[in-house]
Ligand binder design. Structure first.
Ligand code: SIN
Length: 540
């Protein structure tokens, strides 16, 4: 059964090369999280690189990452243990070769980050490491307490900005990948508020656009995470894999009306307890590892507890922490709590789960190559099979770092010098006017996010997934046939496209595995579903 997408269109905007501004580069990197920044640095070793991002360089999921980056640094820890933990958490869908590749490169690349200026927290000169759920050993390195992502991003951004061969263009919205008839990527159609549409021709294009958390009403993700890279790759015909696997983070601050802020898992790693509205500590009732059970288990346990106690949230209890230590070790959370008059030495912190990390994405091989020639993907937008059906906490910054480097290396290996102004192909793509009614895209986005939370959320079932597909198709008919001239509209089109893929994949996987829990199929069914679900324009 092919994927049903209403009003599919290859490009979201009309193209006429005779009137659009055109820029040329050897290697184009789209996205400024850890993977994009690392890829740009690698590719710039030998080629001219242009890095574009839709807002400013610092607006990424990486920047917001609190807890840390997992790697083997402790004397008791071993690469084999980290590999085993990753595979165990992945519930049968990790690719062992990829896990070995990523985990074994970790210590060296983290060391390189430190050399490049990331100030990991240390004691007596040695990098501090802590514990998170699913890790058999302490191996999560952190920077500035709970601002690890920011500490890493700042160091990489400094390096990128100082590099003579990297040209950074902020505030460019990538609308679509440009491909030819030979399944080759030629660059990106973008939009700059100051000048309008622009084509960036590139010999190699690295997609590092991040995730899809903003498809959900409750999310830890920043506004930029609207699944644009996934939508673009799908329209270009790339294979996408594991789209049913959205990871929910168990603990985001829940204050009605306030945006959902992440409360790092390392807090539980260092002794924070989960209690319900009656003050009862409950995680041991759900899993022997208690608060440090895998994230999917903790998220479902919290939802169950919320139902049983008829409450909108549960609480994190950190009242036993030394207050001075707490504010030094977790400065971001301290500040956040203070801003809502929560005194962590007396008050409980209200939390509930939120969409956090898109495990599925653009299918890549071990060299970050996608199913489209000269198109590479790394970071959250990619599906490398490191995480399987459930991501081990703090493995994603590691993956972005390792696969960012690999994507840069592969682009260097493959690409030929860039096209110049005279060899760029002529292109025309016209879009007919639509006579269907216009929907308010703001309204559609909000309604879609609520629908995804309700019907394609932590617990799924056939009737809800089928209903989600139908509603998304209805919206697609009125939104996908329009021509927008602003990122807000294109984001809405990407969100609908990708939401449909997620609902379709979730409906097809009639079993429960990792982060994908089907109330109507609560068991894992290895016989029928011990494989990945791939979707794509030409795939079933
Ligand atoms: C956290 O700090 O809890 C998030 C880290 C991650 O998702 O890997």
């Amino acid at each position: 059964m092919p994927v049903r997408q209403s009003e599919f269109r290859r490009y979201l905007a009309p193209i006429d090369t005779s009137s659009i501004q055109q820029l040329f580069t050897d290697c184009l990197v789209v996205g400024s999280g850890i993977a994009g920044l690392r890829a740009a640095i690698e590719a710039a070793g030998q080629r001219n690189v242009t890095l574009i991002c839709k807002r400013s360089l610092g607006e990424s999921n990486t920047w917001n990452a609190q807890g840390g980056v997992a790697t083997v640094l402790g004397s008791e820890d071993r690469i084999e243990y980290h590999i085993a933990d990753t595979i165990k958490t992945g519930c049968g869908l990790c690719d062992r070769d990829i896990v070995e590749l990523v985990v074994s490169r970790g210590p060296e690349l983290i060391g390189q980050l430190a050399e490049w200026g990331t100030e990991f927290d240390r004691t007596d000169g040695k990098i501090d490491i802590t514990l998170e759920g699913g890790h058999s050993h302490a191996r999560v390195a952190h920077a500035h307490g709970d601002s690890t992502g920011r500490g890493i991003a700042e160091a990489l951004i400094r390096k990128v900005q100082a590099h003579p061969r990297i040209h950074v263009l902020e505030h460019i919205f990538a609308i679509d990948l440009i491909t030819d008839d030979e399944n080759q990527c030629l660059g990106v159609l973008g939009f700059r508020p100051s000048t309008g549409l622009v084509i960036l021709w590139a010999a190699g294009t690295i997609l590092a656009t991040g995730g899809a958390g903003r498809l959900y009403r409750e999310t830890t993700n920043p506004e930029v995470a609207t699944a644009d890279g996934l939508g673009m790759a799908y329209r270009a015909g790339a294979s996408l894999r594991d789209m049913e696997f959205m990871q929910f983070h168990p603990t985001t601050l829940y204050i009605a009306g306030a945006s959902r802020a992440l409360i790092t898992e390392t807090l539980r790693g260092e002794g924070a307890m989960l209690v319900d509205g009656n003050g009862v500590r409950f995680m041991q009732e759900y899993h022997p590892s208690g608060e440090l059970a895998p994230r999917d288990v903790v998220s479902r346990a919290i939802l169950d507890r919320m139902l049983k106690t008829n409450s909108t949230h549960v609480y994190l209890d950190v009242r036993h922490f030394d207050k001075a230590h707490f504010s030094k070790r977790f400065p971001t959370i301290s500040e956040l709590c203070e801003s809502f008059d929560i005194d962590v030495s007396h008050d409980l912190i209200p939390v509930r789960p939120s969409a956090h990390y898109m495990i599925g994405g653009v299918k890549t091989d071990a060299a970050a190559r996608t199913s489209i020639r000269n198109l590479y993907a790394c970071g959250e937008v990619a599906s490398t099979c490191l995480h399987g059906a459930n991501r081990l906490g703090s493995n994603s910054l590691l993956e972005g770092l390792v696969f960012g480097q690999i994507a840069g290396q592969s682009a260097l290996q493959d690409i030929r010098p860039s096209r110049d102004r005279f060899s760029a192909p002529r292109m025309e793509f016209a879009i007919p006017d639509s006579d269907r009614s216009r929907l308010d895209t703001d309204d559609v986005r909000n309604a879609l996010r609520a629908l995804m939370w309700r019907n394609v959320g932590i617990t799924r079932k056939e009737t809800h997934l089928a209903e989600a597909e139908d509603i998304i198709h209805f919206w697609q008919r009125y939104v996908m046939d329009k021509v927008f001239d602003h990122p807000f509209g294109w984001e809405c089109q990407n969100m609908l496209t990708v939401a449909n893929l997620m609902a379709t994949a979730a409906r097809r996987r009639q079993e429960s595995r990792g982060v994908h829990f089907r109330g109507d199929y609560p068991e894992t069914n290895n016989k029928q579903f011990g494989h990945h679900i791939e979707l794509g324009k030409s795939l079933t």
